[in-house]
Design a protein around this ligand. Structure first.
Ligand SMILES: C[S@@+](CC[C@H](N)C(=O)[O-])C[C@H]1O[C@@H](n2cnc3c(N)ncnc32)[C@H](O)[C@@H]1O
Length: 328
C-alpha cells in the first residue's frame, strides 16, 4: 500500500519521469471531444439547470453526498474512499487509492495530532489511524461518520461540523492536517485556510489534494467555460479556481507553499474508467433522457462530471494538484 518513495519525493509534473513509456491521447483530440460531448448532451439534458443558482451551500453539499454516497461506493471504491486514484506509472491499480493517505503518513510521528477536513465515509481516517496507533486522529465533516461495519480504533474522534469554523479547537493544537477533494466545495477559501493556520502548530503542515484549473477561467472559450461550470456546480463545488489563484490564497493566509505537484496525468487512468461507465448512459440518448427524468439533478450531474473529467484533464483544462503548506 506504500507508494514508490521515488515518486513521493519528485517535484513538478509527476508524469514527466515516465513520459517515454506512457502512451497518451493527443490533448487536441480531448479538446475536440469536450466540445463534441457538450454539444451532444445539450440536446437531451438541461445543462443550464445543472449550473444555475447557488449550488454549494452547506445544505446542498450535504444533499449532494447523501444522494451520491451509493454511487461512490458502487463505482468508485467499495472501501469508502472518495478521492481519485493517483497512478504514477500510468496503469490503473485499485491500490492507487492509497497514494494520498500514504503521502500524509510521511508527516505523522508517534503522538502527532492529525486532523482530516472532510473525511467523507471515513476511509482515510481509519486507514491512517490503524497505521499510526500512537498518533491521535480528529475527523471533521458535515455528516457524521457511519459506524456500521467499521472497526473504529480508539485513537479516532469525529465531529459533525463545517470546517469554516473550527472554534472548538484551540490555536496551535494540531501537527498535521489533510484535506482531499473537499475544499474545492467552499467559496470562501480564505476563511478555511485562516482557520487552518490558526489551528496548526508552528511548523505544522496541511497536505491538500484538490482540483484547480490550469489557467484562469476567462482564458477558456465559452464551451469550455460551460463544461467547467457544470463540473463545478454540478458537483456542489464553488467555481473551480486556477492553481495561481489558490497559491495566492495560501500565502495570504500565512501558509508557505512547500510543495505543489501537478498529478493530472496520473489520475487519467481512473478518470478514463469513470468516463467509460458514464458513456454507457450518456451515449444512449433515449436511456439518458429516461434516467434523467427519473433521477435527481445531483445524481445526473455526477454522471456528467464522470463523462467530461478525462477529456477536461487530458486537454489541460482541469488539473489535479498536491500541495504541502506549512505554517512557519
Ligand atoms: C469528495 S468527498 C472526499 C472525502 C474524503 N476526503 C476522501 O478522500 O475519501 C468531500 C467531503 O467533504 C465534505 N465537506 C465539504 N465541505 C465541507 C465543510 N465545509 N465542512 C465539513 N465537511 C465538508 C463533504 O461532506 C464530503 O464528505
Amino acid at each position: 500500500m506504500t507508494k514508490n518513495p521515488q515518486s513521493a519525493s519528485s517535484a513538478g509534473d509527476s508524469s514527466k519521469t515516465r513520459k517515454s513509456i506512457i502512451t497518451k491521447m493527443n490533448p487536441n483530440y480531448s479538446n475536440y471531444k469536450l466540445h463534441a460531448k457538450m454539444a451532444a448532451m445539450e440536446k437531451y439534458i438541461n445543462i443550464d439547470k445543472l449550473i444555475d443558482g447557488d449550488k454549494n451551500s452547506i445544505k446542498q453539499i450535504r444533499s449532494y453526498y447523501r444522494i451520491n454516497n451509493w454511487a461512490y461506493r458502487r463505482y468508485h471504491s467499495q472501501d469508502g474512499f472518495m478521492h481519485f486514484r493517483v497512478s504514477p506509472n500510468g496503469c490503473f491499480t485499485d491500490e492507487d487509492i492509497y497514494y494520498q493517505p500514504d503521502c500524509v503518513s510521511e508527516f505523522i510521528k508517534p503522538n502527532s495530532v492529525v486532523m482530516e477536513l472532510g473525511f467523507g465515509q471515513g476511509a482515510n481516517l481509519l486507514y491512517l489511524a490503524h497505521c499510526h496507533p500512537e498518533a491521535r486522529f480528529i475527523g471533521v465533516d458535515l455528516s457524521p461518520l457511519k459506524k456500521k461495519g467499521k472497526d473504529i480504533p480508539s485513537n479516532v474522534t469525529t465531529y459533525e461540523l463545517d470546517y469554516n469554523d473550527l472554534s472548538q479547537f484551540s490555536d496551535n493544537s494540531v501537527d498535521v492536517m489533510y484535506a482531499f477533494e473537499t475544499i474545492v466545495h467552499n467559496s470562501h477559501k480564505e476563511k478555511v485556510y485562516s482557520e487552518v493556520h490558526r489551528v496548526l502548530k508552528p511548523g505544522g503542515v496541511i497536505i491538500v489534494f484538490d482540483y484547480a484549473l490550469a489557467s484562469r477561467l476567462e482564458t477558456y472559450d465559452a464551451v469550455v467555460q460551460k463544461a467547467i461550470a457544470v463540473t463545478s456546480k454540478g458537483g456542489a463545488s464553488a467555481m473551480i479556481e486556477s492553481q495561481e489563484e489558490l497559491n495566492d490564497c495560501y500565502v495570504k493566509c500565512g501558509l508557505k507553499v512547500e510543495k505543489c505537484v501537478n498529478h493530472t496525468r496520473a489520475t487519467l487512468p481512473d478518470l478514463k474508467r469513470l468516463e467509460r461507465k458514464a458513456a454507457k448512459i450518456l451515449e444512449r440518448p433515449k436511456l439518458a433522457r429516461l434516467l434523467f427524468w427519473l433521477l435527481p439533478d445531483q445524481f445526473v450531474s455526477n454522471i456528467v462530471i464522470g463523462y467530461l473529467g478525462y477529456d477536461g484533464g487530458n486537454a489541460g483544462v482541469g488539473a489535479y494538484w498536491e500541495w504541502v503548506l506549512r505554517k512557519p
